[in-house]
Design a protein around this ligand. Structure first.
Ligand code: MF3
Ligand code: CO
Length: 251
């Protein structure tokens, strides 16, 4: 395993890749309403990314057929946009997007409410987002990678939720997926020591019910085995000498 350390120049490009992706997500959020199809969300996302002169990095990745992953309710991740999938009041929808700016990748996901959602769905979304922030308390030089994993998983599990184990976060940079893999639950070993200049896509995927997932026949869409709701939250994060810098979120 080799984890790349980005130079100051590379970090500047990663920062811009992240900033443009944050704008993309903010624009997409405005479009989330009952009646929109997941295909329309994908079209809009690709248009926004290309308007920056960037490339949607998911498009054709291992044959993935769209630019944005749109996953509704019990779909965990990698939902394929479709003209026939119309968002309904009360759904929760996760949007996972990424782009390439001057050779550098960014990757981020948000889960949104469609109209008014149940208190249970809202809590799942809130806890999933917070689990990311619990994790990045350890996204610091000198900490070990799996301290992030444990903090995410222990927090989400304390609510009785299922933490997806079959999919992980990842390093990111000149490639969408670089070393290391970043599980979202406690590990037996402590993992690599974090160093300034590492860039990581940290992405908890949390189910209301059990952790188990399965793949649909389209070979992409990951769903919860028990049919329970699932949420996803992800940012691209830079390890520094001090606090982590979230490249896809400026607050
Ligand atoms: N954010 C996703 C990930 O890190 C990217 C999806 S890959 C795609 O795995 F092929 F589905 F686009
Ligand atoms: Co990712």
């Amino acid at each position: 395993m080799s984890v790349s350390i980005k130079s100051a120049k590379e970090i500047a490009l990663m920062r811009e890749a992240g900033r443009l992706l944050e704008i993309t997500h903010n624009e997409l959020q405005k479009a989330i309403k009952p009646g929109i199809s997941t295909w329309e969300i994908d079209r809009l996302g690709e248009q926004i990314i290309r308007s920056f002169g960037c490339i949607p990095n998911f498009l054709h990745y291992n044959g993935y057929p769209a630019s944005i992953c749109v996953s509704v309710n019990d779909e965990v991740v990698h939902g394929i946009p479709s003209k026939h999938r119309i968002l309904q009041e009360g759904d929760i929808v996760s949007l996972d997007a990424g782009l390439i700016y001057k050779g550098f990748h960014s990757d981020a996901a948000r889960t949104h409410a469609v109209g008014k959602v149940s208190p249970e769905a809202q809590k799942l979304m809130d806890v999933t987002k917070q689990s990311f922030f619990e994790g990045i308390k350890y996204a610091k030089a000198g900490c070990h990678l799996h301290e992030i994993s444990a903090a995410i998983g222990n927090y989400a599990r304390s609510f009785g939720y299922g933490v997806v184990e079959d999919l992980v976060g990842h390093g990111i940079g000149r490639a969408l997926h670089e070393d290391p893999q970043i599980p979202n639950f406690p590990q037996k070993r402590r993992g690599i020591r974090l160093m300034p200049g590492m860039t990581l896509a940290i992405e908890p995927m949390i189910n209301i019910g059990r952790c188990d997932v399965e793949w649909l026949d389209d070979d992409w869409t990951v769903v919860t085995e028990d049919g329970s709701l699932s949420a996803h939250y992800e940012n691209t994060v830079l390890i520094t000498d001090g606090e982590p810098e979230i490249l896809t979120l400026s607050e």
